[in-house]
Design a protein around this ligand. Structure first.
Ligand code: FAD
Length: 369
């Protein structure tokens, strides 16, 4: 009954009932969990409650000397942690991580596996999906278990004829929604015949749960069987580029500039503004394409998805591809000369005026506040 694309993986039909629980790849860098891992634990928790009372959320922590991360996973909602440690897993390599996690999946048989759509998640997930002979839906922005909640969403956000959907239909698996064709339509993808169902999910889209200090869970230690022969790439050195310093996904306040700045020097004002309010500089694609700022600052469909507490959109019209990356921000402040710009319509606070007058005034007021 679903008018959705089937993500079938291989031809083999598996015993669906053998698969249980939701796994989240708890991506870490330098022994620190990425924000997206905590968001996915939150989303996993929500989905698990919809599936059944005894469905568990399990964070998969991989690395070397990363056992300290288990507490944080429990605090954000994980019922279990599968800890996979080995000196060969200290640095991320596709081969070693894919083998270790695939082996664990084959032993424990999770129903769903979620990864952040980060560089590592996007590299790792397809390798594991191929090894497990299952499908993968990349870049999801929404996941549903219940047919009824999906229908509600589809009615509001898609042109799908929802009368064809049966709310009493037994679950065909998760409904994985992702933008397609340049964000012009939302595609829904299901995996009715293969397990585990796998998705990469954009950072900044799902909701973290409130932290519960001292929360307890079950620790499962999985010993991977990997050797140097499994790894075909040798990492000689890791060089951090200055670009990595832009942490849009973790920022509470983002000050973004667009074509309305007029030229590259406009970003000096945006930087001053961001420094004053304790924020990070973002941008629209038009500003990036004009060469005014590096792509690592770009917010939107082909940039980063963000969900800060406050998003200042300065001289940004509010094209759908930009909105796709920031519209779930807690508070949106638009500064624009054009009162009819789409950004002004979705903003919580719309300031109509020249940004070169408005921003210095906000900076001055900030000092007085
Ligand atoms: P404009 O649309 O030109 O808007 C400039 C705004 O500044 C106007 O509203 C104007 O009124 C205002 N303005 C001008 N001067 C002033 C002033 N002095 N003071 C105040 N306001 C002023 N875009 C993204 O941002 N992110 C993406 O990830 C992205 N991905 C894309 C993917 C695809 C496949 C495609 C086709 C497009 C994508 N785009 C993306 C581009 C998007 O469609 C828009 O072209 C872009 O967002 C426009 O950027 P802008 O708002 O800065 O510029």
């Amino acid at each position: 009954p679903f008018d959705a694309i089937e993500n079938t993986g291989g031809d083999e039909v598996v015993d669906l009932s053998a698969y249980k629980n939701i796994w989240v790849f708890a991506e870490q860098r330098d022994g620190k969990l990425m924000n997206v891992a905590l968001e996915l634990i939150g989303e996993g928790y929500r989905l698990a409650k919809e599936i059944s009372d005894d469905t568990k959320v399990c964070a998969v922590v991989v690395g070397d000397g990363v056992a300290h991360l288990t507490e944080e996973c429990y605090a954000y909602g994980a019922d279990e942690v599968i800890l996979i440690e080995d000196p060969l897993l200290k640095q991320y390599t596709t081969d070693a991580y894919a083998k270790a996690i695939t082996d664990a999946i084959q032993v424990y048989k999770p129903e769903i596996v979620l990864y952040g759509a980060t560089h590592i998640g996007r590299d790792l997930a397809p390798r594991i999906a191929a090894r497990c002979n299952t499908g993968l839906t990349a870049d999801c922005t929404r996941l549903d278990v219940k047919v009824s909640s999906y229908i509600e969403y589809a009615k509001k956000n898609t042109t799908l004829d929802t009368s064809t959907l049966d709310p009493t239909d037994p679950s065909t698996g998760i409904k994985q929604t992702r933008p397609a064709f340049g964000g012009n339509l939302m595609a829904t993808i299901i995996c009715p015949r293969t397990r585990p169902q796998m998705s990469t999910v954009r950072p900044g889209v799902m909701q973290k749960r409130d932290k519960v200090e001292g929360a307890k869970g079950t620790l499962i230690v999985f010993k991977p069987e990997i050797s140097k022969d499994d790894i075909h790439v040798q990492i000689l050195e890791v060089v951090k580029s200055a670009k990595e310093m832009v942490s849009l996904t973790d920022a509470d306040i983002i000050c973004s500039g667009g074509r309305g700045l007029g030229d590259a020097s406009g970003f000096e004002l945006i930087k001053k503004f961001a420094d004053k309010v304790g924020g990070v500089v973002g941008s629209s694609r038009a500003a990036v394409d004009a060469g005014w700022i590096d792509h690592s600052h770009q917010v939107g469909q082909t940039g980063t998805t963000v969900k800060p507490k406050i998003y200042f959109a300065c001289g940004i019209s509010g094209a759908i591809q930009h909105l796709a990356g920031m519209q779930t921000s807690d508070i949106i402040v638009a500064i624009n000369k054009d009162p009819d710009a789409p950004m002004m319509e979705i903003a919580d606070y719309a300031i109509c005026g020249d940004l070169y007058k408005v921003i210095p005034e906000i900076i001055a007021e900030w000092d007085n506040a």
